[in-house]
Write a protein that binds this ligand. Structure first.
Ligand SMILES: [Zn+2]
Length: 284
């Protein structure tokens, strides 16, 4: 009797629960993609990011706790363009047959796609082009589209809701881009130096030119000879801005600053967290 009563209560409870549908769990490779997923998914999703804003997105450590977290997710949002091979390792380790994987680089026009022959001396050159595409806010719209497609696949009953948020995102992005372009117009055409090649999408979007990188090749630390060449370039072109990713060592930028007076601006290429306003706030 008690067993039947328990069963009856259980059945009644599950009948009540569906009106509070559980949020769709979304794993994002980086906070930038996670923030866009929060924007599109609103209160229908629960988003977490594997990569952190202050760590190198090329070198995320694959640890078992990530795999466990991802095994409970419905969607995994990859960066793609060969940046996050660690995502593939995490997805494999999660061993979830129901996990839907989406590559957010779908539809992006990659910059710096190598044309000639590549070899190991060229460092972390990616065959598909530079993978730091989220730093062009116009590419944010393409990411948002990929996220929307994935959410609609995983949770078709809320398709209209996701579509509506995608339309808002496009509108929001358009307004922000116009504002940022007008504010950056005064430094349009200026040359800058960057540490790693993380910023090419940002500088291209806002009409700045990268005159050199502290790393001679992506992922390869600078040599004395390379730094001496940079000193010459900075002096010759009177370059005043050096963009440094926050997770790289300070010695080479400080050396260049001492030699030339160039100002160091340290930023993370990723936004702070997966909150829905984080992606746009990062550009501010
Ligand atoms: Zn890179």
């Amino acid at each position: 009797m008690m067993k039947h009563m328990a069963l009856l209560i259980a059945v009644t409870l599950t009948d009540v629960i569906p009106s509070y549908a559980a949020p769709v769990k979304v794993a994002a490779a980086l906070p930038d993609i996670g923030s866009i997923a929060s924007y599109i998914g609103g209160d229908k999703v629960e988003v977490f990011s594997i990569g952190k804003n202050n760590s190198n997105p090329h070198a995320v450590e694959v640890i078992p706790s990530y795999m466990i977290k991802v095994s409970r997710a419905a969607i995994y949002l990859k960066v793609g363009l060969a940046l996050d091979q660690w995502s593939d390792a995490i997805i494999d380790g999660a061993r979830s047959s129901s996990l839907l994987t989406a590559d957010c680089s779908n539809g992006i026009s990659p910059l710096q796609k190598p044309t000639g022959k590549m070899d190991a001396s060229m460092g972390d050159i990616h065959p598909d082009g530079n993978p730091h595409y989220w730093l062009d806010p116009a590419n944010g719209i393409i990411i948002a589209n990929n996220v929307t497609v994935a959410l609609k696949k995983a949770d078709p009953s809320n398709s209209l809701y996701y579509d509506k948020n995608y339309e808002h995102f496009k509108e929001d992005a358009g307004k922000h881009i116009a504002d940022w372009k007008s504010r950056l117009a005064k430094i349009s055409g200026q040359k800058v130096i960057t540490y790693h090649s993380s910023w090419i999408y940002l500088t291209t979007a806002f009409n700045l030119a990268i005159a050199g990188t502290v790393e001679p090749w992506p992922g390869i630390p600078p040599t004395a000879k390379h730094l001496a060449e940079l000193v010459e370039i900075i002096k010759r072109d009177a370059i005043s801005i050096l963009l440094q990713e926050s997770y790289f060592p300070d010695d080479a930028p400080k050396f260049l600053a001492r030699q030339t007076g160039i100002k160091i601006f340290k930023f993370s290429p990723s936004c702070t967290d997966v909150k829905s306003d984080s992606y746009f706030r990062h550009f501010e």
